[in-house]
Write a protein that binds this ligand. Structure first.
Ligand code: MZP
Length: 496
């Protein structure tokens, strides 16, 4: 006979935190938000995040651009796996080869181009500094630089050739390949330069260092870096093509893998984890998604390094409507956190859990952490920013960005949903949508982190671990939820 749970499954919105004593030790400036990303196992250092945020394994969220921005702020992206292996590996490589302060040039001219070409390229890319190479492409010999100070559109003829406009190579001050950022900055300041090209022995342009970026580097103290000072990056994988995909991802430098499935309580996840552990013992692999103690135990015993919790709560997800599968996110986290505690008592192993999907307000993040999640995975949140892959469009009077689910026909990610040999999406489990455009990742993240720290301070917690130990949480009635918003007034404008 079917088991009926006596407890109703609940969402984050149905709970509030009750303040504890706030002391000088837990004022926001003293709060640290670093958390474990992977389990503690013998002989292997667990990976950590500097902020408890990872971005969703989705085409409309986690490409190399967002991954770089998020890792620079202390979090981590899992580059989406619903793309050819080569292009996923290329994105991983781009993140790993990103050097804070060293910019890869993407605007090239040849000496034979004209001022007209310069203007067109500037309007298209928004970059005013352009590299000139013998063939006008990255691989040919670097011969000069054009900046906006080299020409006057009102005076110069549009036919004027780049070789008459550029500063030629022999007049440039350059940095040699391998130079440190601080040395590059010293050269920039000593010579009053705006930009220092970094060139190798074959006179090929490797990167550029810009004066304007100098302060930006100092403003990212939480950058998530590996031992070689490259940014950390993850990749989504599936249970179908993992034997071909993983070697290429590892070759590209991936730091951590994550099985991406709408239902992770499956023998295929166990098989994939076992394969990774046996073939690549140094690699980390997360698994999921599950929503209960049984699912957690199964993946924990299989060796998952972290476990993702959440089915059907994602903003673009219609799995609950289509299949009737899922569970309220708060209830899922509470049950899995309890199972994790039991597992740790039995085995001594701590397995981080990730609350994936359904975060609407910033306070939901604090609640997820307080209930036992070590970090949260978000899609909608990141899709709103400049750095996400979706197009920015005008919608009525507002700007929006595109955001589509991995279960939508647009994503065609049958591997995430279909366990059979039939290589297609049989029915949609996700929708194609817009989200309000919100600006840069860094600005928004900083506001969100301030809110989380303020709440933690109220709860008397200086770390996420302390929050989990000390949190006092109460359920709320529908009428008290109403009481919690602005009410019984005439609001001038909702701007929070
Ligand atoms: P959200 O942050 O937009 O609420 O949810 C993002 C999460 O929804 C993803 O991390 C993933 O687990 C899940 N997801 C992605 N695509 C779909 C879908 O098309 C989906 N149904 O549910």
């Amino acid at each position: 006979m079917a088991k009926i749970y006596s407890e109703i499954s609940k969402t984050f919105n149905e709970y509030l935190l009750i303040p504890n004593l706030t002391t000088p030790e837990c004022i926001p400036d003293k709060i640290a938000l670093d958390v474990p990303l992977t389990r503690n196992s013998k002989g292997k250092d667990p990976l950590r995040l500097n902020i408890p945020f990872v971005s969703a394994i989705m085409q409309s969220v986690s490409d190399d651009k967002l991954a770089i921005s998020l890792a620079r702020c202390g979090g981590l992206s899992f580059i989406y796996g619903s793309q050819p292996i080569e292009s996923q590996a290329k994105m991983i490589k781009k993140v790993k080869s990103f050097k804070s302060g060293f910019v890869t040039c993407d605007t090239y001219l040849s000496p034979e181009n004209t001022l007209d070409d310069i203007i067109q390229l500037r309007d298209k890319t928004g970059h005013s500094t352009m590299a000139v190479t013998s063939e006008g492409c990255q691989d040919s010999t670097f011969v000069g630089i054009v900046t906006s100070r080299d020409y006057r559109v009102s005076r110069d003829s549009l036919d004027k050739k780049v070789y008459d406009i550029m500063t030629p190579y022999h007049k440039l001050i350059i940095g040699e390949e391998g130079i440190s950022l601080s040395k590059a900055n010293d050269i920039i300041w000593a010579n009053k330069l705006n930009c220092l090209p970094i060139v190798n022995d074959d006179q090929k342009l490797i990167n550029m260092v810009f004066r304007k970026d100098y302060d930006a580097h100092k403003e990212n103290p939480l950058e998530l870096l590996d031992k070689k000072k490259s940014l950390l990056v993850g990749a989504g994988i599936n249970t179908h093509d993992y034997q071909e995909r993983i070697p290429m991802l590892i070759n590209a430098g991936v730091d951590v893998l994550c099985l991406d499935s709408s239902d992770g309580y499956s023998v295929w996840q166990k098989e994939t984890i076992s394969y990774v552990k046996a073939t690549y013992p140094g690699m980390y692999i997360g698994a999921g998604n599950i929503v209960d103690a049984e699912g957690f135990r199964y993946l924990a015993d299989a060796g998952a390094d972290f476990i993702k919790v959440g089915i059907g709560g994602g903003s673009i997800c219609i799995t609950r409507e289509q299949k009737g599968i899922g569970r309220g996110q708060a209830t899922s986290i509470l049950e899995v956190a309890e199972a994790r505690k039991k597992y740790q008592e039995e085995t001594g192993v701590y397995i981080p859990i990730c609350s994936d999907g359904g975060i609407v307000y910033d306070n939901h993040i604090t609640m997820a952490l307080a209930m036992g999640a070590d970090f949260v995975m978000m899609g909608r949140y990141f899709a709103r920013f400049d750095e996400s892959p979706g197009k920015k469009l005008k919608h009525g009077n507002d700007y929006v960005k595109e955001y589509w689910g991995e279960g939508s026909n647009r994503a065609k990610n049958w591997q995430r949903y279909n366990m059979s040999a039939n290589k297609e999406t049989l029915f949609e489990e996700g929708v194609d949508s817009y989200v309000p455009y919100a600006g840069t990742l860094k600005d928004n993240l900083s506001t969100t982190l301030s809110k989380i720290k303020a709440a933690m301070s109220s709860c008397g917690a200086a770390s996420v671990k302390e929050l989990q130990e000390k949190a006092r949480i109460t359920t709320v009635s529908a009428t008290s939820i109403r009481e919690g918003g602005a009410h019984d007034i005439i609001l001038k404008e909702k701007n929070y």
